[in-house]
Design a protein around this ligand. Structure first.
Ligand SMILES: [Zn+2]
Ligand SMILES: [Zn+2]
Length: 323
């Protein structure tokens, strides 16, 4: 009993420290622009891609403030800041503490299996980037394969008119799912915080680029990097039967899709119908979209995978079984 009480006080302290620590960090970030400031990088990268979209739009008839522009701008700041402030930071710190305590119980006090602190910066960044991108590619495939995960990922696929800001329209549960799968492998390699910051900025920029209303298919580099022409097909409403599990799962590197044969760019079609069957009836506001996946899961019928996908009757395939 005393032990339980002690434990709950410890975790309570972690939650408290996370809230006040993150709240303080957020305020300092907004009030003090500097080169290591994530808030202003997000603003600058976003304005940059918006400017490019306005100057050289791929879909010329798409408005500067396309359908759901402000909704997506709200998502952008919500997912990067408010959600972290309200829940994620505290939750993840508790998870990390639980995880370390759990490891401590079995006598493991240092999870770092590969010591890379003395590697040159470029080698550390490249390793972190490639390892993380491959994990994320697998998690993304899982989001399309497992019914309850798809219910959450559907928020991202509810975009009907594509633009850079759609990048960050996703349900915050996705953040938890991605971090859950990333945590152990990345913690085993001793990356530093600055490494994460730099890789994060790079992937943020490529993510904005993939979703932008720009024509930039990248020539032979398309086999390496994601781009608007490739990613638009990921959002296509209709796919051939053989591709019914989805295509182009790349976040930053397309190389995984080419290696594991999930790449599909039959044409460079700017006006491809996007979303999923019935997307026109999907909730259109932020709050309703937050509730929708839970509402779907609470309904007696199982959450529906995309129309082209058969219901998952067999256990979902695990992420490391490409095909
Ligand atoms: Zn997806
Ligand atoms: Zn997308």
């Amino acid at each position: 009993m005393t032990l339980l009480l002690q434990l709950s006080t410890d975790y309570g302290q972690v939650v408290h420290d996370s809230f006040t620590g993150y709240g303080h960090y957020l305020l300092t970030e907004v009030l003090h622009p500097h080169w290591g400031n994530y808030f202003y990088w997000l603003v600058a990268i976003s304005l940059g891609f918006w400017g490019l979209e306005l100057a050289w739009p791929w879909r010329r008839d798409q408005g500067a403030f396309r359908q759901d522009f402000w909704l997506d701008v709200f998502y952008m700041f919500f997912n990067y800041f408010l959600f972290s402030l309200v829940v994620y930071n505290a939750l993840s710190n508790v998870f990390v503490q639980l995880f370390k305590d759990g490891l401590g119980l079995v006598g493991i006090h240092n999870l770092v299996a590969v010591e890379i602190g003395n590697w040159p910066l470029w080698a550390r960044l490249l390793t972190l980037f490639v390892v993380r991108d491959f994990i994320q590619w697998n998690v993304h495939r899982l989001l399309h394969r497992v019914g309850w995960l798809w219910a959450f990922h559907q928020v991202h696929h509810s975009v009907e008119e594509m633009g850079f800001a759609a990048h960050l329209r996703y349900h915050p549960v996705e953040t938890v799912v991605y971090r859950f799968f990333e945590y152990v492998p990345l913690a085993m390699i001793g990356f530093g915080l600055t490494d994460f910051f730099l890789v994060h900025l790079f992937t943020l920029a490529v993510g904005h680029f993939n979703h932008a209303n720009l024509y930039a298919p990248l020539g032979p580099l398309k086999y390496l990097f994601n781009n608007p022409q490739t990613h638009l097909w990921h959002h296509a409403q209709e796919l051939p039967e053989a591709r019914r599990h989805g295509v182009n799962f790349a976040l930053t590197l397309t190389v995984w899709d080419y290696l594991f044969k999930t790449a599909y760019v039959p044409t460079e079609q700017a006006d491809l119908p996007l979303g999923f069957e019935g997307v026109e009836h999907y909730p259109a506001t932020f709050l309703a979209q937050q509730v929708e996946p839970f509402a779907q899961l609470a309904r007696p019928s199982a959450p529906a995978l995309p129309a082209a996908l058969p219901a998952v009757a067999t256990p979902p395939r695990l992420p490391y079984s490409p095909g």
